[in-house]
Design a protein around this ligand. Structure first.
Ligand SMILES: [Zn+2]
Length: 280
C-alpha cells in the first residue's frame, strides 16, 4: 500500500470510528408524536404496542388517533393498570375520518366534536392537525385555539411557520408542539420562531436533515446546544409501515442523541415532554 493510500484509509477509519465512538442514548424516551389509527387497531393489539414500547425504552406516549377510539383504548388500558411504566398523554384528533382533512379548520362540527370529547376529562391536547399558511386564519381555528388555552390543552400542529404565527396570533397564550419542526423550515427561521414564541416546541420526526447518513448534523447540534429545552422526538406512526419500523425509528433517535452531551440528550429524549405535561 502506498503511503498516500494508507493515510486515506486511516482518515476513513477515523471518520467511521468517531461516528461509532459515541454510544447510543440508553435512557427513557417520550414518544411525542404517536397515532393509533383505525387501520392500525385491527393489526396491532394494545398488548403488542406495550411490548413494542417496553422493548424500545418508551416510557410515555403523546397519543392520538383517527377517529379518537384508538386513543380512548390506550387511555382505558392505562387506567386498568396494564402497564405502570407507561404514561399515556392523550390528544383529541381533529379528524373523524379522512374526509375531514383539509376542511376541518372551517367546519364548526369539528369544534363541537372537540368540545364534546374534552368532557371525558383526560385529554391533554388537540392534534395532530394539518394546516398551512393563511388556511390557519379561520374563525373555527381561532375558537379551537381559544378553547385549548381555556382548558390548558397543548396543540400539536403540522404546519408551516406562517400557520404557526397565525395560531399564536389567534391566542398568544397557546402552547404548541410543532410537528416535524416545519419539515424543511430553515434552521435560522426555526430559531427565530423559538425566540419569538416561548411556548413552542419542535418535534423532530421526518426532520431528516437532523442526522443525514446517521451522524448528527453540525447545524442541528449547535441548535440543540443553544435550546436544549425546546425539542422532543416522536415516531409519527401515521401508517402501519411506521409501526413496523418503530424499533429503527427509535434506534435512529438513540444514535444521534448519543452524540450530544448527556443532559441535552436526556432533555430532548424525555425531560422536555415530561415537563410540558407535568410527568414525574
Ligand atoms: Zn403525525
Amino acid at each position: 500500500m502506498r503511503p498516500a493510500n494508507f493515510i486515506l484509509v486511516l482518515a476513513c477509519l477515523s471518520t467511521a470510528f468517531s461516528a461509532l465512538a459515541a454510544p447510543p442514548y440508553t435512557g427513557p424516551l417520550f414518544d411525542a408524536h404517536l397515532h393509533y389509527n383505525d387501520d392500525a387497531v385491527g393489526r396491532y393489539s394494545i398488548g403488542t404496542l406495550h411490548e413494542l414500547f417496553s422493548k424500545n425504552g418508551v416510557r410515555a406516549i403523546l397519543a392520538n388517533s383517527r377517529p379518537n377510539d384508538g386513543t380512548r383504548a390506550l387511555v382505558e388500558a392505562a387506567k386498568a393498570g396494564a402497564r405502570k411504566d407507561l404514561a399515556v398523554v392523550p390528544f383529541i384528533r381533529v379528524y373523524r375520518d379522512r374526509a375531514d382533512y383539509g376542511t376541518w379548520q372551517r367546519n364548526p362540527e369539528i369544534l363541537a366534536m372537540i368540545v364534546a370529547e374534552e368532557k371525558r376529562g383526560y385529554y391533554r391536547g388537540v392534534g395532530e392537525f394539518h394546516v398551512h399558511g393563511k388556511d390557519a386564519d379561520t374563525k373555527v381555528l381561532k375558537d379551537i385555539v381559544d378553547f385549548a388555552v381555556a382548558k390548558g390543552l397543548v396543540l400539536h400542529a403540522h404546519s408551516d411557520d406562517e400557520a404557526i404565527e397565525i395560531i399564536f396570533r389567534h391566542n398568544p397564550k397557546a402552547s404548541v408542539i410543532w410537528a416535524h419542526t416545519g419539515f424543511t423550515t430553515p434552521l435560522a427561521r426555526v430559531e427565530e420562531m423559538l425566540a419569538k414564541y416561548p411556548r413552542l416546541w419542535g418535534e423532530l420526526s421526518y426532520r431528516s436533515d437532523v442526522a443525514e447518513g446517521g451522524a448528527l448534523s453540525e447545524g442541528w447540534r449547535a441548535l440543540f446546544l443553544r435550546h436544549p429545552d425546546r425539542f422532543v422526538v416522536g415516531s409519527d406512526t401515521w401508517v402501519n409501515e411506521r409501526w413496523d419500523s418503530y424499533p429503527s425509528i427509535m434506534g435512529g433517535y438513540r444514535r444521534w442523541l448519543g452524540e450530544l452531551p448527556r443532559e441535552v440528550a436526556e432533555s430532548i429524549a424525555w425531560k422536555n415532554g415530561a415537563r410540558i405535561f407535568g410527568l414525574p
